[in-house]
Ligand binder design. Structure first.
Ligand code: MG
Length: 259
């Protein structure tokens, strides 16, 4: 009975989406996102409405924050393998150097409040996922997308501020390439039972340029391209910034433990 219901649900889901127009890049041959009728990176999923943000405000680190980047050095960062970061510091910001690889913090973190400021490359190059792609990858597993989504479209769950492959942002509040933008992220780490099974999923709230774009959403598993990963037990882990081949910039990064 359960299986029949599932089959009927799946057939209904496929039918209900079938007549929608394809909006741009993306896929329909990927898994369905649990709890939705959308496939991962569904090319029919509506783009979030555009909202023009208010003036940029750089929020200084409070006294109890761990400052991960203050514009002067990469002491808190390294490559995935622990070797020195290959990203460069220019005029008080760090910039991803294509092919140098993603970077991660040397320290591990659990549940956190995180502040990150970033800017897309200017002049912009490429389109869709190739335009200013980077990412804030919490615990090295859960990516909040960084992308140039200013007057540039891609599949909704892969645009700037998406929980990649799972949730489009509620609105598109991107600034122009080269302009500073902010993410304020409240992340609750997943919890696991002694046998390794999931006790409690991760949750995330994201504020992009002062606007709520995710309100305490349940992260469905590690983020990935064309897939949703399965939770597997892990403890505190480093924060990563993604090298996706584009010279995205970051500054004023700080983090507060919520454990
Ligand atoms: Mg990315």
């Amino acid at each position: 009975m359960k299986i029949l219901a599932l089959v009927l649900f799946a057939a209904g889901a496929a039918f209900s989406q079938a007549n929608l127009p394809v909006l741009g890049d993306g896929y329909q041959d990927t898994p369905l996102i649990p709890g939705t009728n959308w496939h991962v990176h569904d090319n029919r999923r509506p783009y979030p409405p555009v909202v023009t943000p208010g003036a940029f405000v750089s929020v200084p680190a409070p006294a109890d924050a761990v400052v991960l980047f203050d514009g002067t050095n990469m002491d808190k960062w390294c490559k995935a393998d622990g070797k020195p970061s290959g990203w460069q510091i220019v005029d008080g910001y760090m910039e991803a150097v294509p092919k140098q690889g993603s970077i991660r913090t040397k320290d591990n973190f659990g549940s956190v409040q995180l502040h990150v400021e970033w800017a897309s490359p200017t002049p912009p190059k490429g389109k869709g996922q190739g335009r200013g792609n980077s990412g804030v990858i919490i615990m090295g597993r859960y990516e909040i997308q960084v992308l140039d989504s200013y007057e540039s479209t891609t599949y909704a769950d892969g645009q700037a501020a998406a929980v990649y492959g799972q949730y489009p942002p509620l609105v598109n509040v991107c600034r122009k390439p080269g302009e500073w933008q902010s993410y304020d992220i409240i992340f609750l780490a997943p919890e696991f039972n002694d046998d390794g099974s999931l006790k409690k999923p991760a949750y995330v709230t994201v504020i992009h340029n002062g606007v709520v774009v995710h309100n305490h959403v349940e992260i469905l598993g590690p983020t990935g391209h064309k897939c949703i990963g399965k939770y597997s037990r892990h403890g505190k882990a480093p924060l990563s910034l993604q090298d996706h081949g584009n010279p995205t910039r970051y500054k004023n990064i700080w983090i507060r433990s919520l454990d």
